[in-house]
Write a protein that binds this ligand. Sequence first.
Ligand code: TMP
Length: 237
Amino acid sequence: MKADLLYEGKAKRVYQAKDKPGQLVLAYKNDATAFNGEKKASFTGKGQLNNDISSLIFPLLHDKNIQTHFIERLSETEQLVHQTEIIPLEVVVRNLATGSITKRLGIEERTKFNPPIIELFYKNDELGDPLINDEHALYLSNVTSTELQEIKEKALEINKQLTAVFKKIDVELVDFKLEFGRLASGCMVLADEISPDTCRLWDSTTNEKLDKDVFRHGTGDLLEVYQEIFRRLEAKS
Ligand code: TMP
């Protein structure tokens, strides 16, 4: 199924799909990193959990007419996706204040953002993914202002749909990070992954953290909480 390795990131490898021009194989790794790679560990089974979770969520977005790069789950750790030109922006949507925004702006933990706050970060490991504004995004990436507007509208729609998906499994979608890519047709679609690596997910009743923050802050068992998210999602879909 896989041909040449095109790119290796911190959590995934990206291969050209064999005999399928315009398609890629994403292979999820067991590695976890935090603080721009400063903290590292490997968890047997993490790659499979993130692949499984992402492979459940993308089709739910397709059902709501949100276009993504996802085609199908291929194996325990691999999925087939459409090749896109990745826009070097990390688009963060925040419903509740926590994480970097509380420290950066002195906002109290758990403050509700209504409407949600969108933040853009420049996807650049060497620079530590700095927060940028719209003008920086237009300068640093090859998006037009219309496309940037489109990305923000899509991010808010995805937030609406994902919030509903997680509400059904008694999980609050606190914040998350998206990446977008341009298909050969020029169409902008959701790319990358949606998993507990890229979302903050809190149990609606107990507030238990069910995401990568347990690894970032050493407060819990990563595999256990990812497994819990997968178990709940699978039971509801
Ligand atoms: P932050 O509060 O650390 O800025 O994170 C905001 C959201 O983005 C949170 O859900 C975690 C996610 N995220 C990533 O997916 N990748 C990253 O590199 C970082 C820093 C955050």
